[in-house]
Design a protein around this ligand. Structure first.
Ligand code: BTN
Length: 327
């Protein structure tokens, strides 16, 4: 009901709407309207209430609730269902639990804060409150298991396009990191549940360091991690970015389901942080020097080693780093 009142106020932007009009529209008492308005104020909404004129929404807080994201969302099913948490352990863990109960395809689980954020290879992912985008998308793709790693690239390409729509240039460090000025601002963790060759569900977790400050990063990752705010000297509008990512994701994911991967590939190639660069391929703790030649049609990275040998690297089996640092 509170969401209905908020939607009504948003639909009547810059106008006063009377308590009576809201109570008629939603078939609730005026006392109830007042109670929900007060609750919205506690959440950070600024609502002006003037007797005989009514209520006007003056300001919406920077939160990633369904109501806030919907304003810029134009998808058919990706992010149509948003589960918004003020705080939770990990959106990937929550999304997997919901997927096991068959939650709607395309559901986005979003947390303002994660207390047990998870990175790849069992690492921790720091996720301070209101400062980033900590989001997981639930999917039930009917594709071969071997195709699933492409969804990570679909997500990376969506983030690149969404940032570009906001005038922010970033690059992809194949396959699942987004970097600005060679430092990581986003990581993607795609998790799969399935048996034999049957996929039950896929959860794509996207973590974006949007508005973190220097002091939010622990000492050990300060030289490899950064935030969009630090690199651009500007606060980013998280709810617009979330909606843009979901919009872009739906387009590229639909293409992927139709076995069309060329647009994603093009974005990944054109915005690659590795292409043509000397890289270190780290496998089982061993490093080999090489050069990143291309991203192949199936998403594999083509590497030429110093001895002239060429190898196709499938995502996930090795770690790829720049010659001197992270990229
Ligand atoms: C990595 O680069 O190691 C991947 C990081 C993925 C982090 C995101 S934040 C949202 C989702 N929930 C998690 O616990 N992890 C992913």
């Amino acid at each position: 009901m509170k969401d209905d009142i908020l939607r009504y106020l948003k639909n009547n932007k810059n106008k006063y709407v009377s308590g009576q009009a809201i109570s008629n529209e939603l078939s609730i008492t005026r006392a109830c309207v007042w109670k929900y308005i007060k609750e919205l104020e506690v959440e950070g909404y600024k609502i002006e209430g003037i007797s005989r004129k009514g209520y006007k929404l003056l300001y919406s807080p920077d939160i990633l609730s369904r109501e806030e994201i919907y304003e810029n969302l134009n998808t058919k099913y990706i992010g149509k269902n948003i589960m918004h948490f003020d705080s939770l352990g990990s959106t990937n863990v929550e999304a997997k639990l919901l997927a096991a109960k068959n939650i709607e395809n395309g559901t986005a689980v979003i947390g303002e804060e994660q207390t047990l954020g998870r990175g790849r290879l069992g690492r921790k992912w720091i996720s301070p409150k209101y400062k980033g985008i900590w989001m997981s998308i639930v999917l039930y793709p009917e594709v071969e298991m071997s195709e699933v790693s492409k969804i990570t690239q679909v997500a990376a390409a969506s983030v690149i396009n969404a940032l570009s729509n906001l005038g922010i240039k970033a690059e992809i460090k194949w396959p699942n990191d987004i970097v600005i000025n060679s430092k990581k601002v986003c990581g993607i963790l795609t998790e799969l549940s399935g048996e034999l060759n049957k996929i039950n569900h896929v959860v794509v977790g996207i973590g974006i360091n949007a508005n973190l400050e220097q002091e939010d990063f622990p000492e050990e990752i300060k030289n490899i991690g950064t935030s969009i705010k630090i690199e651009n000297n500007n606060e980013i509008n998280r709810k617009v970015l979330v909606a843009y990512i979901l919009n872009e994701f739906e387009i590229l994911y639909e293409e992927f389901l139709n076995h069309e991967f060329l647009n994603t590939l093009k974005i990944c190639r054109e915005n690659s942080a590795l292409m043509g660069k000397k890289i270190r391929v780290i496998r089982n703790g061993q490093e080999i020097l090489g050069e990143a030649l291309d991203i192949e049609e199936d998403g594999a990275l083509l590497v030429k080693y110093e001895d002239g040998k060429i190898e196709r690297i499938i995502s996930g089996e090795v770690s790829v780093r720049g010659l001197l640092g992270y990229v």
